[in-house]
Unconditional design. Structure first.
Length: 282
């Protein structure tokens, strides 16, 4: 990413971490700006441009009860959306994503014969590990909670037969599109057939909305497979782009998140803020 984008991402990451650490105690604009070494006016302008709402309003989206509000007001049923079919392409995050699945044979060989390029980049949700084949991004992990080595080991273990080559510059166009939400990015999905069905269902959940694990199970024709769906959601290798963070429990609890619940809450808060700001912008 360009230097200015990296700077903004780091500022927003630090701001989100500060807001998250404060818990239910809201931070004043003055305190937040001081933490970022900025004037209140400059920080407010930068934050509102990136998120779409003020820091004060954004803090409301990070409360623990926000998930229940989302289930009440922005619950998405998937049956109608699923019927349109997304095998090949879909809209996601105001960004055009093209994706394809690896053949079952290639999956069964654990990625043998594949060359997977990897590199680190900055994101609003902490350091992001991006991996990709010549066909598109195949892995996206966030290490703010797990640590860099754990994220690396996790993704590499999914394709034990592949050759891994560090080359962040080769991934930069896709990473910029994916994390900056501009242009086009491609995904190369590597998973078992059941996992691919679950991930495709996740792609139908609009930004700013949520669904439940049981709703996903219904939409893929396996209503009793809620536990298996939860496992497949957790095994999604391309977090954020395939939005596993939008799957909640029926109770309104966040459920688990492979890269840490603070990351999941930050993603849901960011999307909710953007969704609420969109009508105002229009």
């Amino acid at each position: 990413m360009e230097q200015t984008d990296t700077y903004h991402y780091n500022v927003m990451r630090r701001a989100i971490a500060a807001i998250d650490a404060a818990g239910e105690r809201p931070l004043s604009l003055t305190d937040l700006a001081a933490d970022m070494n900025m004037s209140p006016a400059h920080f407010q302008r930068l934050f509102s441009t990136w998120v779409g709402v003020s820091p004060k309003r954004y803090q409301q989206y990070l409360t623990l009860g926000h998930a229940k509000t989302l289930l009440r007001d922005r619950f998405t049923t998937l049956n109608t959306a699923q019927s349109v079919g997304l095998s090949g392409s879909g809209r996601l995050h105001d960004l055009f994503v093209r994706w394809e699945a690896m053949s079952p044979g290639d999956y069964g060989r654990g990625g043998a014969g594949l060359t997977i390029t990897w590199g680190w980049c900055d994101s609003a949700f902490g350091p992001a590990l991006v991996m990709g084949t010549d066909r598109g991004i195949c892995g996206l992990a966030f290490s703010a909670e797990t640590g860099a080595q754990a994220a690396m080991d996790d993704l590499m273990a999914r394709w034990p037969g592949a050759e891994f080559v560090e080359d962040p510059s080769a991934l930069e166009p896709w990473a910029t599109a994916a994390l900056g939400m501009t242009g086009e990015t491609r995904l190369h999905m590597i998973g078992a057939p059941f996992q691919l069905k679950v991930w495709e269902a996740l792609l139908t959940i609009p930004s700013g909305h949520v669904t439940t694990y049981s709703e996903i199970a219904q939409s893929i024709g396996n209503p009793k497979a809620v536990r298996a769906v939860g496992t497949a959601v957790g095994r999604n290798p391309v977090s954020w782009l395939i939005p596993c963070h939008r799957a909640l429990r029926k109770s309104g609890a966040l459920g688990g998140y492979h890269w840490g619940l603070p990351v999941k809450r930050a993603m849901l808060a960011w999307e909710s803020a953007r969704a609420d700001a969109a009508p105002d912008a229009r």
